[in-house]
Design a protein around this ligand. Sequence first.
Ligand code: MG
Length: 259
Amino acid sequence: MIRSIFTFLLMALLSTSVLAQESFLKNKVIAHRGAWKAQNHPQNSIASLREAIQLGCEGTEFDVWMTADGVLVVNHDADFEGLEIEQVPYKTLLSKTHPNGEQIPTLEEYLKEGMKQEKTKLILEFKPSGISVARSEKIGVEVVKMVQKLQAEKWVDYITFSYEGGLKAIQTDPNANVAYLTGDKSPEELKEAGFFGFDYNIRLLKSKPEWIAEAKNLGLTTNAWTVNDPEDMKWLLDQDVDFITTDEPELLLELINLK
Ligand code: MG
């Protein structure tokens, strides 16, 4: 009797974990800086995050900087409404808002919002520091630590232009999925260094289409940015890349649903 109860509990636990793994969407569509364009939301705002989730994107991308006093915040540019993020303490950034009235989200706030659902993954780009490589490395470590603190690992994949920062992120969590953005490393080099895949400029990939097959053979993921032209989208779908990063997630979802 006890044994059958135990077996039942074990089966229930296993099926729950399988369901949890399968709940994330698989449609290749990554909303670039959230889904902002069609609805005129500020890029990287909580509103753009919610919009990407509501659309049913596989992932929603956002950019992370570190303030002078070490707070991780979500914004694309090096400045937020004219304030240089790396040069000012977090509190100073609160004197400005996005046009929709939102304050600059901290990474913690942004992740907590994204973790309210289990369909759309959170694609965390950490920006190279404009101050030093050492600071880029520190950001690579700190973003991973924040994800670990919130137990957000299953939601988050990372991307970065900072090769050194990427290596630090991988060192901090060897299971972290970190893809590289700059385009100056071959698939073999990325595999060797422990990266999860590449996320390269569409123009670069069109000039080196063999890198897509090479990456697949090595078990690396393939992603392209920033793909807004339907012809480029179709070309990438024909190449069967894993992800396509776009400012036009509605258009790409439509193309994929037609396939
Ligand atoms: Mg980005």
